[in-house]
Design a protein around this ligand. Sequence first.
Ligand code: IMP
Length: 429
Amino acid sequence: MANVTVIGAQWGDEGKGKIVDWLASRADAVVRFQGGHNAGHTLVIDGTTYKLSLLPSGIVSGTLSIIGNGVVLDPWALKAEVEKLEGQGVRITADNLAVADNCPLILPIHRDLDGLRETAAGSGKIGTTGRGIGPAYEDKVGRRAIRVCDLAHLDDLEPQLDRLCAHHDALRAGFDQPPVDREQLLSELREIAGFVLQYAQPVWKRLKKVRKAGAKILFEGAQGVLLDIDHGTYPFVTSSNTVSGTAAAGSGLGPNSTGYVLGIVKAYTTRVGSGPFPTELEDDIGQRLGERGHEFGTVTGRQRRVGWFDAVIVRQSCAISGVTGIALTKIDVLDGLDEVKICTGYRLRSNVYDYFPSHAADQAAVEPIYETMDGWSESTAGARSFADLPANAVKYVQRIQELIETPVALVSTSPERDDTILMRDPFMD
Ligand code: IMP
């Protein structure tokens, strides 16, 4: 039995929540390994909708859920999310939730800085989720972060707080902001510490034990490869590595444990926030797809930008992340279109590209080269076998598979867990 690593192969919001939930019901542990509460996963189970930002999707089905060290953790967001889910009847205890004790914390000062920078950047803003993700990762690599394990030693925090506040005070002064209120920060940390510590542990050890027992582990990526800090549309990216390779470093298991890499791919393309988007549609079709696909951010409620399927970026993502097979989601959103288009290459200054160039100006300037296919009038919603799909939808899936040079393992045909066509079982591959 393989473990499975799930990653988004576009700009996030590919429908990972549903696929992860579907896989989580058959896994023994689900692990988040990067990002923070900027992620937005929507699960629909038996007609009830659950919205998750920080907790692994396995939490709803009662599966052991682990927040790995690669995540940046906002303790207040954790508490709010736990309480919200408990209000929906989900049971969350130290038995089914573990938080890495070496996770760096997102503090209110990180949120402040995220907002101050975005406001100051004006039209050049990144369009972050405003959750303080970037500033928290900066403090992690700057070796001045406060981590979960520090919450058990708040009486000894003075030297760390000095370093952290000296850095933030200088930055805040640049934005005409008062220095950090250290007493308030410390008192807020004292108040929340007990809540977080009940789940805190060296999760690498827990995972080692789980693995030794032969359990199936699901690694749940957040955002998408095009938002990766190295491989994405820099600087319009998030501040973590979103590629599959991060599953190992961000959880404390080796790369030989991360198993089958399932890339989640939407049957068209969306993006939230600023940055290049070659196949973006600013016409009626884009509007229609956005409405049919309910393309509003789970975290921020922002309207997502919508475009045709871009095989160039997905092929690139699959290569960079070593994707074994893809799950194609939301194909039903394309139902009823006369024709559908797939981007197969880019034109830039009379050259043709079969990859997405690295330079930001080139990424913004490439023009998509499209292949047009006949659409389908029949509904694909709720189909549970390949034979239930209209012939033109099958052709569309097959063409995508060819162009991205990666097999399709699953097709998702509605938000409901069981409306899924399974071609290969990632846990059995
Ligand atoms: P940050 O992660 O809040 O710093 O935002 C950086 C960029 O990543 C922005 O364009 C966000 O819209 C985008 N982003 C962050 N998390 C998600 C997500 O879960 N889905 C889609 N886009 C995201």
